[in-house]
Design a protein around this ligand. Structure first.
Ligand SMILES: [Zn+2]
Length: 213
């Protein structure tokens, strides 16, 4: 499945144990694909100015390469989630490969940072019926989204259109910690904050936004 801004209702119904929105009517910012030398610092500085805590769905091999950035993310009390070790599309690999992609990254976080991974986001938003069972077995929650900003297109006007039209009080927003979005990431975060505050919406802490049961 490939989504434009927001996933289809029927998918949300079938995978109703996945998070498609926050559970506390607050906004959650999420940053996929990092950490990166190009964007992570910009994101952390911008968020800390407003005291906002976000979820970083990192990729294992970027974590391996950028361990000091991982420490900074954790020191700022942001959440780190699993976005596979090698950014693999789950629809194109076997179940055992999918398990290896998730486990190897979980183990890296445990061994290097004493950090327990509890949340997962599938690369490209693609998953299979098995994904649900694999995550359940690991006691991990799948975090999807309700608002895709398409910031990876590196066009601020595209982000603006998505945010102005689709931001809600319980949005899970996808942004990217990546070289593709680094030029517009600061403006994109600031825009979302402006738009949220002018609508009377607030930002939640990741663990509290993702707390159905
Ligand atoms: Zn990704």
């Amino acid at each position: 499945m490939k989504y434009k801004y927001s996933p289809p209702f029927i998918i949300k119904q079938i995978f109703n144990d996945f998070y498609w929105n926050t559970s506390n009517n607050k906004i959650l910012l999420t940053f996929d694909d990092g950490p990166t030398e190009e964007a992570t610092e910009i994101i952390l500085t911008t968020l800390s100015k407003f005291g906002i805590k976000a979820a970083f769905f990192c990729v294992g091999n970027n974590v391996e390469k950028n361990q000091s950035l991982v420490k900074e993310i954790l020191n700022e009390n942001h959440l780190i989630g699993n976005h596979t070790f090698n950014h693999k599309r789950l629809t194109r690999i076997s179940n055992s490969e999918a398990i290896e992609e998730i486990d190897s990254f979980n183990n890296l976080m445990k061994n290097s940072f004493d950090y327990e991974m509890r949340y997962f986001r599938p690369p490209y938003g693609r998953f299979t019926i098995s994904t649900q069972g694999i995550l359940k077995e690991k006691n991990m929650k799948c975090v999807m989204w309700s608002l895709l900003t398409e910031d990876y297109k590196n066009n601020f006007e595209t982000v603006k259109f998505a945010v102005k039209n689709y931001l809600k009080k319980n949005s899970i927003i996808v942004l990217h910690d990546s070289i593709k979005s680094k030029d517009i990431i600061r403006d994109s975060i600031n825009l979302i904050i402006d738009e949220a505050l002018s609508n009377g919406f607030t930002f939640g802490e990741p663990e509290k936004c993702l707390n159905n049961n």
